[in-house]
Design a protein around this ligand. Structure first.
Ligand SMILES: [Fe+2]
Length: 177
């Protein structure tokens, strides 16, 4: 399926999520001793991915993507959109459960296995039903506008102030010497 370039950033995140889901499914097939270690590793990897990109990805979809679609269709008449939002809440809840289980040293397998399946189904739902709906409803101009907003939300400009701050920090330290 050919995806509009404006949605590539989100689709890349989906690809990473599918890799995570695959690693979890693969870990489940390992013998018990090795499985525990692999699940702990998969849980840590997944939570890192969530902090780095997943959380922001959900917000982009909710704050940029769906409002753009809402200008064309009533979202509450769209079963795929309603399911997508329900899955977002479900996934968020299970991630909290996973983080707590990891800290407490509990068995991660049930939560992580369920999360992996949910992620897989969720990506399929968005890629096969929600994104095509958006591509069909929005004009080319709106799609381009979407890309600008998604790119900004990805936080690329954050680096500049950080570098400035780092330079300031170096100057201050040097001045003290
Ligand atoms: Fe998504």
């Amino acid at each position: 399926m050919k995806r509009h370039p404006s949605l590539h950033a989100l689709s890349e995140h989906h690809h990473h999520a599918l890799v995570q889901a695959f690693l979890i499914a693969r870990a489940a097939k390992e013998p018990l001793g090795r499985r525990r270690m692999l699940f702990r590793r998969a849980a840590r990897d997944f939570l890192r991915f969530w902090q780095r990109a997943g959380r922001r990805h959900f917000r982009e979809e909710e704050e940029v993507l769906l409002p753009a679609l809402a200008r064309h269709v009533a979202l509450d008449t769209q079963p795929a959109v309603l399911q997508m939002l329900a899955q977002h809440a479900d996934i968020r809840g299970r991630i909290e459960q996973l983080a707590a289980a990891l800290v407490l040293g509990r068995n991660l397998e049930p939560t992580l296995t369920r999360l992996g399946r949910l992620l897989h189904d969720h990506v399929r739902l968005e890629e096969n039903q929600v994104f095509p709906r958006i591509e069909a409803a929005l004009s080319e101009k709106e799609m381009r506008r979407l890309r600008e907003r998604l790119t900004r939300l990805h936080g690329a400009p954050r680096r500049k102030p950080d570098r400035k701050r780092a330079r300031k920090g170096r100057t201050t330290t040097a001045g003290k010497r």
